[in-house]
Design a protein around this ligand. Structure first.
Ligand SMILES: Cc1ncc(COP(=O)(O)O)c(C=O)c1O
Length: 451
């Protein structure tokens, strides 16, 4: 791979990139509700509008469009179970070339079918991405195919950089050239490498902010360590950005100073951001697609900014339908509109009434009960799992303290990942719960009776 390309080289590569045979110039639109709520102008770059519902076909197509006729005649190969697979398959179809896509055997049928529909030759191999990758390298050598990397390739990076080119051009049609920062999700780093190179070459004053999940932050750890760090595990909620090892070239670029700041966001914040995007656009983005919006909210809350303009790249919308319930439930907590508490109350006449009175007189005015589960633990006490609406950050702690002050021992579960993930779905006696003792205490009574 050609390395040590300068920002000027990348600018040229982006300006001459070929993406529009397959990609569309996606819209850059103001998010009216979010802008009003955050007191800053938030612009959404709608890469969810691409034909394969993510930006990945820009890089894949640009890479393939730069191959020689001989290379194209032999065909291309990639290993991917996600958006890159669809980008490569669609690009190959457009160019009329063979595309072999190696996917782990665990890939959902929906994604296999999507690639096949686009004309890709699917090879199922191994149980993980690494197995599939190893096999794709073998096939590449055996069959003389060209490997299309999902992020660590200058042509792929340049293709993704066309997003930044569009953003700067589209600003003008929105009536103001002002743009203070662009927020970009990072997986392997191809997207941010392209976007940062273009923006810093043309409008260096615009801040580039890279965003990763708190449990999948290989780029942030690598930049901090000044060398690439391989993560032992990555959280899979945002599957589009779940990368254990970032690219060599993408690391070099991210580490070179073109990225002004890195941030992490958590699952709840991403769920809340998916909802925010839905409210403004009526579209549902996938978790990776909402990272940038989650980060903007966090950035505004931390820096207390007003009147600035931020762009978020909504980089994908390949959401698994069965995730929606989880996302909807967690969104409330992510917005800090709901507190979840485990409260212990004495198993005696009148104590439940006292509990209700405390709920009714909590500071901050009336609130709705969003969740309720009452279980007797033993002859002396019962456990209540309760969800209450809140009006802002930090309220759950105060509510827990109020319960404790009134003699009800309480545990604030609002920020407890494990509790939230399992409790709601498992209340009522699912065997998996027994694996977690703390949850067991609150949901598995030794006997049940009404009080
Ligand atoms: C929706 C989505 N967002 C973000 C990314 C991360 O892009 P990169 O690996 O170039 O950092 C991906 C990668 O596949 C993706 O599919």
């Amino acid at each position: 791979m050609t390395q040590n390309l300068t920002p000027a080289d990348y600018l040229k590569k982006i300006l001459t990139a070929r993406v529009y045979d397959v990609a569309v110039e996606s819209a850059l639109e103001p998010a009216k509700n979010l802008s009003r709520r955050l007191h800053n102008k938030i612009l959404l770059k709608r890469e969810d509008q691409q034909p394969v519902f993510s930006f990945k076909l820009r890089g894949a197509y640009n890479k393939m469009a730069h191959l020689t006729p001989e290379q194209l005649a032999r065909g291309v190969i990639c290993a991917s179970a996600g958006n890159h697979a669809q980008g490569v398959a669609m690009s190959a179809h457009k160019l009329g070339v063979r595309a072999v896509i190696v996917m782990p055997t665990t890939t959902p049928q929906l994604k296999i079918d999507a690639v096949k529909t686009l004309g890709g030759e699917v090879v199922l191999f191994g149980e993980s991405y690494s197995d599939a990758y190893g096999h794709s390298v073998q096939l590449q050598n055996e069959q003389g195919l060209t490997f299309v990397h999902p992020f660590d390739d200058p042509d792929v990076i340049a293709g993704q950089g066309t997003i930044a080119m569009e953003i700067l051009r589209q600003l003008q049609s929105l009536g103001s050239n002002r743009l203070d920062a662009v927020f970009v999700a990072i997986g392997g780093g191809g997207l941010i490498s392209g976007v940062a190179n273009y923006i810093k070459a043309v409008r260096p004053e615009i801040r580039i902010i890279g965003v990763q999940m708190n449990d999948s932050d290989a780029m942030i750890q690598s930049v901090a360590a000044h060398q690439r760090v391989t993560l032992a595990d990555v959280g899979l909620f945002s599957d589009g950005t779940a990368v254990k090892l970032v690219g060599e070239e993408t690391f070099r670029i991210a580490h070179s100073g073109l990225v002004d700041e890195f941030m992490t966001v958590d699952t709840d914040a991403v769920c809340a951001a998916i909802k925010d995007v839905f409210v403004d656009t009526r579209s549902i983005v996938e978790p990776a697609g909402a990272l940038a919006v989650a980060a903007i909210k966090q950035y505004v809350a931390t820096h207390k900014t007003k009147g600035e303009t931020y762009a978020a790249i909504l980089c994908g919308a390949n959401m698994n339908f069965d995730r929606l319930r989880f996302v909807a439930e967690r969104a409330e907590v992510g917005e800090e509109r709901e507190a979840l508490l485990a409260v212990t109350i004495p198993e005696e006449r009148g104590s439940f009434r006292r509990f209700c009175e405390v709920v009714g007189s909590l500071p901050g005015g009336p609130r709705n009960v969003t969740e309720f589960n009452y279980r007797i633990s033993d002859a002396a006490q019962a456990h209540v799992f309760v969800g209450l609406t809140t009006h802002g950050k930090g309220e759950s702690e105060k509510i827990a303290q109020t319960f404790t002050r009134h003699g009800f021992e309480s545990l604030d579960l609002t920020h407890d990942e494990l509790a939230k993930e399992h409790l709601r779905h498992l209340v009522g006696g699912h065997s998996a719960l027994a694996q977690d003792e703390r949850l067991m205490r609150f949901t598995f009574p030794e006997r049940c009776s009404s009080s």
